[in-house]
Design a protein around this ligand. Structure first.
Ligand code: FE2
Length: 134
């Protein structure tokens, strides 16, 4: 897919979080393009590092936000973030050690995990965000 996977259907109702999700999806796309166009290991590694650090910052932001609005499913959502982060950090580490290369299928995997997390887990925030606004 040449364009970001973002669509209004993914909106959680908070412009700040939505913008971060757009950036994340764009970063995954950037990674996919870097692997697809056969860019060098350094370039691919740089995009992967950028994706991991942005994900860390975004998850922390989202978790603070969930605490602020007393989101009832916070523990479960946080556990999901930790699981996702562990997976992507593991990929990053194996890439750094040279035991894997980031292929199109690895970037597709990352793209899917992010997309489904936003579409299924983050979308559940909509009701809580709207309620907190009233
Ligand atoms: Fe999330």
């Amino acid at each position: 897919m040449a364009e970001s996977q973002w669509s209004d259907k993914l909106s959680v109702g908070d412009p700040g979080i939505d913008d971060e999700h757009k950036t994340l999806l764009d970063l995954v796309e950037k990674l996919r393009n870097a692997t697809r166009s056969g860019q060098g290991r350094d370039e691919v590694g740089q995009v992967l590092d950028e994706l991991v650090s942005y994900t860390v910052a975004h998850f922390a932001h989202e978790e603070n936000y969930m605490c602020e609005i007393d989101y009832p499913d916070y523990p479960q959502h946080k556990a999901e973030h930790e699981r996702l982060l562990a997976q992507v950090r593991d990929l990053q580490e194996r890439f750094r050690l040279g035991s894997i290369t980031i292929t199109v299928s690895v970037s597709n995997f990352l793209s899917d995990w992010l997309f489904y997390h936003i579409a299924w887990q983050d979308k559940k925030l909509v009701t809580a965000i709207n309620a907190a606004r009233q």
